[in-house]
Design a protein around this ligand. Sequence first.
Ligand code: HSE
Length: 422
Amino acid sequence: MLNIALVGVGTVGGAVADILEKNRALITARAGKNIRVVKGVVKNATRQRGDLGFPLTTDYREVVEDPAIDVVVELMGGVDKAFEIVSAALRNKKAVVTANKAMLAYHRYELEELARDLPFMYEASVAGGIPIIRALRDGLCANHIESIRGVINGTCNYMLTRMFDKRVSFDQALKEAQGLGYAEADPTFDIGGFDAAHKLLILASLAYGIDAKPNDILIEGIGHLTDEDIAFAEEFGYTIKSLAIAKKVGSKVSLRVHPALITKKEVIAKVEGVMNGVAVVGDKVGETFYYGAGAGGEATASSVIADLIAIARGETTPMLGFSYGFDSQLTLAAKDDITSKYYIRILVEDVAGVLAQTAAVLAKNNISIETVLQRKKRVKKEWANLLLSTHIARETDLIGALHEIAELGFVKAPPAMIRIES
Ligand code: HSE
């Protein structure tokens, strides 16, 4: 028997309890023992939840200090309180399963230190039902990981898909995503890129042994995208995805989350709606791709239960994919140490010399133009959007050029840019 406590009995916790019952024979056969929910910890024990089949408490000490409980399953979310509870569970020698990406983004190395030989599993923390943690930690572990590119925020992907396919506005797309229950309680986590960044940091530890925190990496949301950007992307065979990217160049690893134009031919461009997809390139295996539901009670519970089965089987594996104490020779690249192709949008007064002066500033900053397109503003006919794409340039040069362009008399709003990921 493996006795577990659920800390958080909401959508995911409820689904875990439900699937453990419904698939009991199968799960027991695979785990080699029965997995039983002994108790749930909730904020409000009086809320109606139907017949769960196990008692509830509001005091987490009742489970972390109970010698009968083998595994504490943390599904409450948030950083500080969850960290307090999980730390207490580890100090009391409980195994831990968690789906909490935010807590891991900040505290995974402290938790590794506390856990040492205790099982600590977190498959559900990245890309919901996709076994991407196992892929990196186990399946690909013979490889140096050259890159990871992920569509790992379902809310952003749903919104961008709707903005492309149905030309709905940003606000409308967000409202729909919230209505469908995809967004975090605070949707700025999704649309600001923070949720994806938390997940990327977890993957970066497994792939590279790098301890980075959210503040250390470039995180850019999708809030500045307009219908002109979408029309430009369509015209030139691109789609726009919010990508979480890890790239190893020499002994440096670049980690970043931002919207990117990618050609429609790429597999990752075909990840649509709320679905998630992660492409991982290993130096020996080449490109591999993982696709599936990144959110939702049952998909996330599927990963939580896989972790419970692994613990029941007695699987031992280093929590962060490397033996404890491993000292990675790789270091984090500076946030602006990026070279890329860029798309630039500049709102201008449509008068003589605009293109020439804009091109001159770009040339002065070593930026070579690849394509140019101009679109009249519908509401203000004397203004136009100048849409350019560049050949590969250094990000610092590009930012410098955009600052200079913003100062030109005919420019009506700060220029916007989107990186082209190729
Ligand atoms: N808000 C997250 C998303 C849920 O949209 O992907 C899963 O982490």
